[in-house]
Structure formats: structure tokens, C-alpha cells
Design a protein around this ligand. Structure first.
Ligand code: C2E
Ligand code: CA
Ligand code: CA
Length: 854
């Protein structure tokens, strides 16, 4: 282009078609211009010729030194390449040129023309300008917001920060200049942060992230970072404008909710969950001290969680009655609405309490009642303040959320207590029932095995109770039972186990007791129980007979001990009322019989004189066959049919359970395989395994092999275990359980609801089925507690997505109630008892025959 255009006509021609070309004299007069140049500046005619270069420029620029220097440099022979110039069109509107100015020399090497070749870049330039304007406006807006804004140059250094940034992170403007965001915020907001998103940023896409950033003084905050890319004319990333919003509060609050709900799911104790909630809140809101109280049945508030208040302080609040002027909490609970006390020192609500709380520096209190889902007050949630500031909207939000969390926690606790109460306590006396007694006593016994302690079981039977009940009425009878229960309860330390078995039978278990203590306790008890008792205007003279059995001499499990103690009680009754007696070996032939039975059982397992009966499990909806439970039967040549309730405990006592379990497994699988090969559809078989079976590390392998031998898929086998197995699962047992279920074999919890347990194992272990214990089903139609319990168990099952099977269904009414409660599968005499294989086959034929007409 430095050649003289007139010398190269073709080139001039070609350039002229695409570019704007003009020639100026050294004094700036336009001497020639092609069509493009004229169009660009808005001249269709020759009026353009003779105008000065200066006249195309913005007047202030044209008048400036910069302009004079620019032109002079050209006249001095220096070309100017790639300049971006703003010019004015004929109508005064601006246009932009990307231009090259080339001085042309004459033969004396003097500049005699200046050729300008230009390209119209108005559109591109305007785009760029508007982008810059956008950035400017962003920055302007930014200064007035709380968000931090930071503009980072292409080289990674900070170009600009707004006031919000300075407030947020504490760095002064001088400390920021030239540094990188990473150096200031210890974050990944640097190259490393941007790198993965560079492609997105280059494409002009905004990138969003949540980051934890550190300020000047080490304070950390959770920040929402939005990075906006600014591209230059050539599409390269020239800078980024990032907007940083502090979301620490929101985030912490999310975390709080999540942590509290997780803790509840893990069944952590209520108090622990709520303490954690309080501490988290205090982290989010450093100006408040949180406190949670629970309303008890007597209408008193009880402190439950206030980890930051000293115990001496919140103990003062124990048993606080609620009322119209009972501090912030007592009043909030009374009114059922929040109470705000900005000045404890003067508020009459606090007259009775202020002397306790002012010395601790608290001057204000906000309390909100915690309502149940049916709008009953369950407790209060309070914030104490050292400085009175009415809760702002964020605090309000936290309060609302926490009150809700407390509600969930309280309701869960109530449900848990209710299930516990229904399942394990006698509703008349409030004493533990038989189930709880057996469970706890057996547990106690296991702790005594191998030690030299004894444990005494007292079987207490009231004398003449039936007569009293019949002659004075049931109400008086119940009253007497309650009175006796109280006397027994107060007689023994809380560590002893007291229970009402049924009717007028009570049991006391005295662990670790010597003969001397035992005798003293028994005589003292009889003395207490025979005190006169005024009921219904009558003075009764009650008395009780007590039978005593002792571990380990009389038995090694609670079932046996109870039988012995009962026998001892009957024996004692023969001597008159108000007596007591010890079990002795001659009392029955039981012990004798046991030894010969043991040998026979050993034999039976080995020679195969045991057999399995099969009880169908059916769908309540259409009664189709869901599966079968295999139940062991023992036919003794002399004694006849011995029920499993007798020989299973016997097998346990003489260490035969594992062997029995293996036999049942093989036999059930063999039978199912046979049915399968004959085309009889039995969807699955459940077998009962004792805890001992799970202590056998080879169990998974045995099961896998047995299934294979009979060509059965693992899903066809279900193992029924009692809760005890799952609860006490040590790591070995746990491993076995997991390996077994990993095969695809299903795990079912038998007699569900009777174990004295928490339910947390249901989440931890691969359980797929619960069997509602038949004792609940039996009481379903006439006992509210039983139906509440079966409904509660249904709820548990549904929430954990487990199959529920109701056992022992004998009547249509039970079946209807269960179906209404959502039970899908049932088992019981209503459908069929456990049947020998042949009879079971007939049963199937009948049932399928009746469902699908032949
Ligand atoms: P389970 O596992 O709870 O078995 C259910 C029991 O309820 C069976 O008693 C069954 O015959 C009975 N039953 C079924 N439907 C009804 C009904 O409608 N009403 C009533 N009242 N009872 C019904 P069974 O066969 O006498 O077994 C008693 C217990 O012996 C079983 O209770 C189980 O714990 C144990 N058992 C039975 N077979 C085996 C076995 O092979 N191995 C082990 N370890 N235990 C077994
Ligand atoms: Ca069972
Ligand atoms: Ca059962």
C-alpha cells in the first residue's frame, strides 16, 4: 500500500471496491475519495472534495493538540497503521473507521499526499461501547448495593472493587490495587477457579458458583459468586466483572435444617438434637442465646435445651407454670402466640423472674410457642438478647424454621414414647408388661452369666382377688390392682424389674441379690402388701402369695425361671394365704423330662423325625398366595406332637439350634424345589432362624449352596429373625446378615413390635419385611392400644418402604381392620393353619381353583 495507487490501476480498483480510500494534501485538504469513502461519510456528490480532514473530526478533538500532533507526524512521513477513529458524517452522526494513513513521497522525498485506507467499523464499535457502558452501569449500581463487585483484568489483577466488597471482606482500597482475588480471598476465584469456565466465559456466558471466602481478618463467609465476562472487539476475554453476595445466613440455615433432620433420622435423643439446634442457631446469630422448653402433662414448662445458659440458671425454670404473666415463655405457651419483651427490667410479665435473668446480662427476650400439627402448645422456643433489637426478618425466618424443626422433633418423640408405652407397658398400672419383663430380664441374665451373682424372680399372686373382683365390681378390682402395683413399685429400687403379667399376677426380678437380701425383701414385701386398704367405703385386707425361683440354680433363662417361680407360688398357696416358697427340683418332673427330651430331640434332628408344615401368607386384597412360612413340627413316638414353643427353647438350651436351622433350611428349599419342578407355583418360602444361626460365619455359603442345589433363585427365600438378632448384632453377625442379604435373600423381622427396642436398626440393616406380632392382631378388635400400635407399625413400615405381614389373623373383622390400616399381606387361621406339604398342595388347588374357574 505504500506504492502510489495511480501506478497500479488493478490494485487500486480492487481496494476501491471494498475499502474506503481517500487522498489528502499535506495541509489536510481532501483531493480524492472513492465511492466507499463518500458513502461512509454521507456524501453522494463532489461536495466532499476540498474539505479538510480536520472537518470530519469531532470539533473538540479537531481543536486539540493531539490532533495537530497526529497530522504533523503524518506530514513528517510517519505512517499510522490500524488506528480506530471516530468521525462525523455529513448529518453530524458519528461513524467509526479502522484506518491506515500512509504518507506518499514525491521525487524529492517530500510528503505530497496522505492516503487513507479505511474500513467501516461503526457497528462493531458501537457494540463494544455499549458493552463498556453496561459494565460502567453495573459498577455504578454495584456501589450502592451490599454485594461486592470486583472487576478483574485479563492479567488476573483486580482493576476495581466497589464499596460493598470493601465492607464485606475488610480490605482497604490501597491494599487491593494490583492484587489478585485469590491473594485477597484465599479462594478459588483465581485463574484456577475461572479456568474450567473459561470456555463459557469466552462464549460470553455468565458463570455462577457458591464459595467459602476468607476476609482480611480471617472471617469466613459463604458467598454466591457471579462472574460476568467482558469480551473485547476480537472476542477475547478482556476482563471479568464479578458480583459477590454474602449467603452465609441462608446457607447456615440450610445446614442447620439438614443436620437436625439427619440427627432425628439417626434417632439421636431429643435433647441432643435440640442442643445441637441451639448451638447452630447461636453460630448463625451470634447476638442471641437460644433456649427450648417442653410443656409437660401437668402444664409445666421444662427446660430441654439451652446449651449456652449455665445449668444453675435454667434449672430455676424447671416446673414453671404457664400463665398470663409468666415471663416470655410461660406467657407465650399460655397465649399460644409469640411474646416479645424488649425490656425485661420493666415488663410486668417478668416481675417474678427478672431477678434471675437480669444478673446474667440478658435484657430482652423473644419467645414463640411450639405448636403441634393439631395446634396444641408443646413447648416454647426463645431467644435471649443482651441488647434489645427486635428480631429482623432473617431472625424471624430462623425462628419460624426452628419452631418447625422443634415441632417435628417433639412429635417424633411423642410417637416414639407412645409406641413404647403401648407395646411395653400395662395400661392399667403403668408397669412394664410381660414382653418387656422377658426382654429385660433375659438381658440382665446374659450380663450375669459366668459371674457368681444370682438373680431372683418373685412371682406375686394376690390372694382372693377373684372374689373381690366378683363381689365388689371390676372398678374396685382395678383400683386394688393399681394400689398393689404402687406398693410393689415403691418397695423396690428403680433398678429392679417390676411387671404385671396378667390379672392379679405380678413379677419382681431382683438382680445380683444374696440370699439374705432376698429373704428380707420378700418378708418386707408381704408386710407391705398386707396393709389394709380402703376402697369404695370398705376396708380390704389384701395379701399375696409369692413363689421364688433363682438363677442360675433353677434355670438359665427368664421363661424357665418364670415357670419355676409360678410353680413355687402354687405350691406355697397350698399352705394357705400370704405365704412364700422357693422352687425346688422335686416340684415337677419337668427337669427329669427335660433330660430325656433333649436326647430325643438330638435324635429327631439327626434321624429326620422332624417335619415342616407350611402356612400360607395371602394378599388381603384378593387372597392370592404371597408366600409360605415353614414351621417346624416334632412328632414324638410316645409324647405325640410337641409344639415348637417347647422344643425350640429346648434346642437352644442344649445347643442344637444351629443344627436345627440348617435342617430347616435344607428341608424348606428341597420342598420348594420339588414344588417348582412339579409346576406348582409357590412364590417364596420363609424360614425361622434363631440368633445362634447368625453366629455361624458359614451361613451365607450354606444358604448359597442350598439354593443352588435346588435351582432356586435367592429371592424365593426369606429369613425370619427376631429383633434381638438385629439389635445385638455384633460385627460378625452383622457381616453375616449383610452377606446373606447380598445373595438376594430377604430378611424379615418376626414378632415385630415385641422387642424392647429402638427402631434405628431398620435403617441400618437390609430388612425388607416386618411381621406384626400376632398378640397385637388378637387384641385388634377390642383394644384401642393394639390397633393404635398396629397403625403406628404400618406407618413405620410405609415410611421405610417395607413389606408388612400381619400374623395370627383369625377373624374377618381383624382382616378388615388390617386392610383398612393398609396391611397388604396376612397369615393366620382365617386363611389356613400351617399344613403338611400334601395338604398344603390341596389348599393351593382349592384356592387357585376358586380364583380362576377351571
Ligand atoms: P412364629 O414364627 O411367630 O410362627 C407363627 C406361629 O403362629 C406358629 O405357631 C403358627 O402356627 C401360629 N399361628 C398361625 N396362624 C395363627 C392364628 O391365626 N392364630 C394363632 N393363635 N396362632 C397362629 P407354631 O408353629 O406353634 O410356632 C411357634 C413359634 O415357634 C414360631 O412363632 C417360631 O418362633 C418358632 N418356630 C417354629 N418353627 C421354627 C423353626 O423352624 N425354627 C425356629 N428357630 N423357630 C421356629
Ligand atoms: Ca415366624
Ligand atoms: Ca411371629
Amino acid at each position: 500500500m505504500s506504492a502510489q495507487p495511480s501506478n497500479m490501476p488493478e490494485l487500486t480498483e480492487a481496494l476501491s471496491r471494498t475499502l474506503a480510500v481517500a487522498e489528502f494534501s499535506p495541509d489536510g485538504i481532501l483531493v480524492a475519495a472513492n465511492g466507499n469513502y463518500r458513502t461512509l461519510l454521507g456524501y453522494e456528490d463532489d461536495a466532499i472534495l476540498g474539505r479538510t480532514h480536520r472537518s470530519f473530526c469531532d470539533p473538540s478533538y479537531a481543536a486539540s493538540n493531539a490532533y495537530t500532533e497526529f497530522w504533523q507526524s503524518l506530514v513528517n512521513g510517519h505512517p499510522l497503521i490500524g488506528a480506530i477513529c471516530e468521525r462525523q458524517r455529513r448529518d453530524g452522526s458519528p461513524c467509526w473507521l479502522g484506518a491506515t494513513f500512509t504518507p506518499i513521497f514525491d521525487s524529492q522525498q517530500r510528503v505530497h499526499r496522505i492516503v487513507k485506507v479505511a474500513l467501516d467499523i461503526t457497528e462493531r464499535q458501537q457494540q463494544w461501547l455499549s458493552q463498556n457502558e453496561h459494565a460502567r452501569q453495573l459498577a455504578l449500581a454495584a456501589d450502592t448495593t451490599d454485594s461486592g463487585v470486583v472487576i478483574v483484568d485479563n492479567d488476573g489483577s483486580i482493576h476495581y472493587v466497589n464499596a460493598g466488597f470493601i465492607r464485606m471482606f475488610g480490605w482497604g482500597p490501597d491494599e487491593i490495587a494490583g492484587r489478585t482475588p485469590a491473594a485477597l480471598l484465599g479462594s478459588r476465584l483465581s485463574e484456577a477457579f475461572i479456568q474450567p469456565f473459561r470456555a463459557e466465559l469466552m462464549a460470553g456466558t455468565t458463570v455462577r458458583r457458591e464459595e467459602i471466602l476468607t476476609g482480611k481478618n480471617g472471617q469466613r463467609s459463604w458467598v454466591n459468586v457471579v462472574v460476568n465476562p467482558i469480551l473485547d472487539l476480537d472476542g477475547n476475554l478482556s476482563k471479568t466483572i464479578s458480583v459477590l453476595t454474602d449467603i452465609t445466613h441462608v446457607k447456615m440455615y440450610e445446614v442447620l435444617q439438614q443436620r437436625a433432620l439427619e440427627a432425628m433420622a439417626r434417632e439421636e435423643p431429643l435433647q441432643q438434637v435440640l442442643n445441637m439446634v441451639c448451638l447452630e442457631i447461636e453460630r448463625i446469630l451470634p447476638d442471641v442465646t437460644a433456649s427450648i422448653q417442653m410443656l409437660d402433662d401437668q402444664g409445666h414448662l421444662q427446660p430441654l435445651a439451652s446449651p449456652s445458659l449455665p445449668p444453675e440458671y435454667w434449672q430455676l425454670f424447671e416446673n414453671c407454670k404457664i400463665g398470663p404473666e409468666a415471663g416470655s415463655c410461660g406467657t407465650a405457651a399460655y397465649r399460644g402466640e409469640p411474646v416479645w419483651t424488649p425490656d425485661i427490667a420493666t415488663d410486668p410479665l417478668w416481675d417474678e423472674w427478672r431477678h434471675m435473668v437480669l444478673p446474667m446480662g440478658y435484657t430482652a427476650c423473644w419467645s414463640t410457642p411450639i405448636l403441634s400439627s393439631d395446634r396444641q402448645v408443646m413447648g416454647t422456643f426463645a431467644f435471649y438478647y443482651r441488647k434489645a433489637v427486635e428480631p429482623d426478618s432473617f431472625q424471624q425466618q430462623v425462628i419460624t424454621a426452628c419452631v418447625h424443626l422443634c415441632m417435628v422433633a417433639f412429635e417424633r418423640e411423642r410417637a416414639r414414647q407412645r409406641i413404647q408405652q403401648l407395646a411395653f407397658y400395662d395400661s392399667l398400672t403403668g408397669l412394664p408388661n410381660r414382653r418387656m419383663l422377658l426382654e429385660r430380664a433375659n438381658h440382665e441374665i446374659t450380663t450375669l452369666i459366668g459371674k457368681s451373682y444370682q438373680l431372683a424372680v418373685l412371682f406375686i399372686d394376690l390372694d382372693r382377688f377373684k372374689q373381690i373382683n366378683d363381689s365388689m365390681g371390676r372398678a374396685v378390682g382395678d383400683e386394688l390392682l393399681r394400689e398393689m402395683a404402687n406398693r410393689i413399685r415403691t418397695q423396690f429400687p428403680a433398678s429392679d424389674l417390676i411387671s404385671r403379667l396378667s390379672g392379679d399376677e405380678f413379677v419382681a426380678v431382683l438382680p445380683r441379690c444374696s440370699d439374705g437380701i432376698l429373704l428380707a425383701a420378700v418378708t418386707q414385701l408381704q408386710e407391705t402388701l398386707s396393709q389394709p386398704c380402703r376402697l369404695a367405703e370398705t376396708c380390704l385386707m389384701p395379701s399375696a402369695t409369692i413363689g421364688i425361683a433363682v438363677f442360675p440354680a433353677d434355670g438359665r433363662n427368664m421363661e424357665t425361671l418364670l415357670q419355676c417361680a409360678e410353680m413355687a407360688m402354687y405350691q406355697a398357696k397350698t399352705a394357705g394365704r400370704g405365704q412364700y416358697g422357693f422352687f425346688n427340683g422335686q416340684m415337677s418332673l419337668l427337669a427329669q423330662k427335660k433330660i430325656s427330651l433333649e436326647a430325643a430331640l438330638r435324635d429327631a434332628i439327626r434321624t429326620g423325625s422332624l417335619c415342616l408344615h407350611y402356612q400360607p401368607q395371602v394378599s388381603l386384597e384378593d387372597r392370592h398366595l404371597y408366600g409360605v412360612e415353614a414351621l417346624a413340627r416334632w412328632f414324638h413316638p410316645e409324647l405325640g406332637m410337641i409344639p415348637p414353643s417347647q422344643f425350640i427353647p429346648l434346642a437352644e438350651e442344649c445347643g442344637l439350634t444351629a443344627e436345627l436351622g440348617r435342617w430347616v433350611l435344607h428341608e424348606a428349599c428341597r420342598q420348594l424345589g420339588e414344588w417348582q419342578s412339579r409346576g406348582l407355583t409357590v412364590p417364596s418360602v420363609s424360614i425361622n432362624l434363631s440368633p445362634t444361626s447368625f453366629r455361624d460365619p458359614d451361613l451365607p455359603q450354606t444358604i448359597a449352596r442350598t439354593l443352588e442345589d435346588h435351582a432356586l433363585p435367592a429371592e424365593k427365600l426369606t429369613l425370619e429373625v427376631t429383633e434381638g438378632v438385629l439389635l445385638e448384632a455384633n460385627s460378625g453377625v452383622l457381616k453375616t446378615i449383610k452377606e446373606v442379604t447380598a445373595l438376594g435373600v430377604r430378611l424379615s423381622v418376626d414378632d415385630f413390635g415385641t422387642g424392647y427396642s429402638s427402631l434405628s436398626y431398620l435403617r441400618r440393616l437390609p430388612v425388607s419385611e416386618l411381621k406384626l406380632d400376632r398378640s397385637f392382631v388378637a387384641d385388634l378388635a377390642h383394644d384401642k392400644a393394639a390397633s393404635a400400635l398396629s397403625a403406628a407399625i404400618m406407618g413405620i413400615g410405609q415410611s421405610l418402604n417395607l413389606t408388612l405381614i400381619a400374623e395370627g389373623v383369625e377373624t374377618e373383622e381383624q382382616s378388615r381392620i388390617l386392610a383398612e390400616q393398609g396391611y397388604g399381606i396376612a397369615q393366620g387361621y382365617l386363611f389356613s393353619p400351617a399344613l403338611p406339604p400334601k395338604e398344603f398342595e390341596h389348599w393351593i388347588e382349592q384356592v387357585t381353583g376358586s380364583i380362576t374357574p377351571a
